[in-house]
Structures are given as C-alpha cells and as structure tokens.
Design a protein around this ligand. Structure first.
Ligand code: ZN
Length: 437
C-alpha cells in the first residue's frame, strides 16, 4: 500500500487540496482531501488522471520536422509511406518504445495505437502479428497502457487495389484480417486489443460491416478515420452516392465507435454520429499541421457524441496542447469563447478517451486503476495562475508534467523516465538511422 499526498488534485470536475491518494495492487483504494502530508509521497502542483492518447501512429514520429516544406497532405503521405517501407519488427519495437517513452514523459498513461503496418514488403512474417506484438512489447517497455487498434486496410482507393507499400497493410480480405487478429497473443493487464477500419477509402463497405460486427460480438472498441480531407468525401460520394458517415451507418459501424477527425461533416452526418453514441477523437495538432480543418465539436457534443483527443501523426506529443486546441480552434471557427465546457475538455484527455479505448481509467476515485500525473504550477508557464484547471487548459505544456504513475508504479519522477535512460538522444539516433533521409 502506498500513500501519495497531492498538493492539489482533480477529483471529479473539481480541484481539491491536500489530497491523500491511497494505492494498493495498482488500484486506487482511498481518496481523502484536507489531510496533512505525513509519511506520504508528495506530489507538488496539480494531480490529474493520467492522460489518454486515443489516436496514435507511432512510426509517424519519424516525420516530425521533415515534411513541413513538402507541401500538402498527400505529399506528407508519400513521405510517410517511405518511412513505412523501411520498418521491420525489431526496428519498429525500438522506435515505438522511445516514442511511447516520450508519451510517458508527457503524462500519457494510455495510448490507442491505430496500427496498420502489418506485413513485410512481400509475403508474411512467420508470426503474422510480429509488428503488432512489437508495439505491445514497446508499450510494456515504456510502461504505459496500450489498446492495439488492429486496423483493417484492403485497398488504395474506391476502384484500386492496394499498391506499393500498401501491400504491407493489406490482409487480402476482412476474413483474412479476422484470422490474423484472432491470433494476437500479447495481451496483459496493461495491454488490450481493439479493432479499426482504416477509412471508407481503404476498406469497402461490406468488409467494414464484417469488421464492425466482429468487434461488436467480442465487445472490443472500434475506431475509424472519418472525413479528414474533403477529397476523401468527394471520392466516396462519387463512388457510392453516400457520405463516409452514411456509408458506415448503413453497415452498423457507428454504434459506440470512435470516429477520428470527423471534420468535413454534413448536418445529417453529425446527427447520425450522435444518435449512435459515437465518440469523436480530435487530433488538432495534426489537423493544423496537415491543413485538415476544424471539427464541429460543439455540434457533435450537442448531437450526443463524446470527445477524445489524440496525437495522431506525432507532429507534437502534448495532450495538454491537444485539449487546449479543441477549445481554441473552436474560438477561431465560431468567433466566441467557451463553447466547450471545461469538464468536457478534461474528460476528453481522461475518462472519455479511456472509455473509447476500453479502459476505466481517467478518474481519481476508489476502485479505479491508479493512473495519475502531477503537473507543475510553479513553472515559468504556469506561475501566477490561481485556478489549477486554468493552468492546465490555458498555459501548461507536456514539459510541465513532473511525475507519472501507471497502475500504481512510479514511471516518471521529477521529469525523468525511470526505465528508459536518455530517451531524447536515443530517439534522435533511431530516427536518423531509419531511412536514407
Ligand atoms: Zn490517424
């Protein structure tokens, strides 16, 4: 049994002071506020539930700072495919371990890894899940929880089979995808499996229905990219006569699912996502980097959707920034402030994101997994702010995360990862060695 003493802590939607959090066997067993610090491990600043990164492609981290001069989304994608062409299971495990260490240092305690890089350039690995298992091991080595969202990807476009490096993503059919995913082995108390449909471009509607039905019968999370770029919507309407949302609704894929991006939506699309209780995962640092646009978050919330956030392309790994930008981008879109309640923003990086990945983390209360972080309130960025929630929403960054606890284990202390030495230098070396840049 370990006692932590938080100077301040987010309990529900409110900030309490002098909070004792008692942990046993990885679970929070008691939370009491207004108590002295005697004998407990002290956590300065504000203690929050561990941040949940609901949408990640770990290998995209290699593209940071290398694509900004290369033009539009599709140029960026060509560079991404070049990196994808070079990864093997050992190399990917090494890279992903360091990317997940960067996430841990940023206060991310759970990642949803949207994984589609399954196969070697030709044929299959002896273990057809070698790449997915490498990612599960990477999260274990970095000490964070993972939901491996194993992604079905079957074609280049509405009338084109998978081509070039996309052969590495392609299981041939939805049944081929199911055969492989059913053999995934590396589950643990911090690693789970979920399902994903890459997009309506990359998966035909009948196969999307098969994946969705399989995920539902097994009670697994289901995610998909949705309407990130206008070109994707145009191609979908031309090929099928329906929007991507309407197409997925028609095969029962929206219910309880998580739609990533959900930017270019019609009023009918928004209503359908809400009616089916879908979550929407905003990835604003990626969406601004790629020029995708701004999701209509207040409309989606009003329709009944929940909100999660993700680092997606790893343009930045900072869930505090992602959360802040949901509100700030909405201010730019609508010309008004405060359209998204602070409680919704905090939940997006916590319990709502966790629910989208099949976890019950994201709340500091007895019976919940002991995943929490401390954010400094005395840094140059946060100094002088009196409301700790405002420090988080308005000013703090990933650099203000000082301590991270996952499943009751101290993973980061005083800003240093306890299991991975010098992750920045090692990440630099791993990325430089990845391709002939
Ligand atoms: Zn993505």
């Amino acid at each position: 049994v370990t006692d932590y003493h938080a100077e301040h802590a987010l309990i529900g939607d409110h900030v309490a002071s002098d909070v004792r959090i008692t942990v046993a066997d990885g679970t929070i067993t008691d939370v009491v506020s207004g108590v002295p610090a005697t004998g407990a491990t002290h956590l300065a600043g504000i203690v929050l539930p561990g941040l949940v990164n609901a949408h990640s492609h770990a290998f995209h981290r290699a593209l940071r700072g290398r694509s900004s001069a290369l033009g539009d989304f599709w140029e960026w994608r060509r560079l991404m495919y070049r990196v994808a062409a070079h990864l093997d299971p050992d190399g990917y495990q090494h890279l992903a371990t360091l990317v997940y260490a960067e996430m841990a240092l940023a206060g991310i305690t759970t990642v949803g890894e949207f994984h589609y890089l399954h196969h070697p350039p030709t044929g299959r690995y002896r273990d057809p899940n070698a790449m997915g298992e490498a990612l599960l091991r990477a999260a274990g080595a970095a000490g964070i929880r993972i939901t491996l969202l194993d992604t079905c990807y079957l074609r280049a476009g509405f009338d084109r089979p998978a081509e070039g490096v996309q052969a590495r993503f392609d299981d041939g059919s939805a049944d081929g995808w199911i055969d492989r995913v059913e053999r995934l082995a590396g589950r643990s108390n911090t690693a789970r499996i979920g399902a994903a449909i890459h997009s309506v471009r990359a998966v035909d509607v009948s196969s999307a229905g098969t994946v969705a039905a399989w995920a539902r019968t097994r009670g697994l999370p289901l995610h998909f990219h949705l309407s990130e770029q206008p070109a994707e919507n145009t191609a979908c309407v031309e090929a099928t006569g329906k929007t991507p949302t309407a197409l997925l609704a028609g095969v029962g894929a929206l219910a309880g699912a998580t739609a990533v991006h959900a930017i270019h939506l019609s009023p009918d699309d928004i209503a359908a996502l809400g009616e089916h209780g879908a979550a929407v995962c905003a990835c604003p640092t990626t969406e601004r980097d790629l020029g995708d646009g701004i999701a209509p978050i207040p409309e989606l919330l009003a329709a009944g959707c929940s909100l999660a956030v993700g680092s997606d392309s790893q343009a930045v790994i900072d869930l505090i920034e992602e959360t802040r930008l949901v509100e700030l981008h909405e201010r730019l879109r609508s010309g008004r402030r405060g359209a998204i309640p602070v409680s919704v923003l905090l939940a997006a990086a916590g319990r709502s994101g966790a629910a989208a990945l099949g976890w019950d983390t994201g709340v500091i209360e007895p019976g919940r997994p002991a995943d929490f972080i401390a954010v400094a309130l005395d840094s140059t960025r946060t100094a002088g702010i009196t409301d700790p929630r405002s420090a988080f929403i308005d000013a703090a960054t990933a650099a203000d995360v000082t301590d991270v606890v996952v499943a009751g284990v101290v993973l980061v202390a005083d800003g240093a990862h306890r299991a991975i030495d010098d992750p920045g230098r090692r990440l630099d070396r791993a990325i430089r060695g990845l391709v002939d840049w």
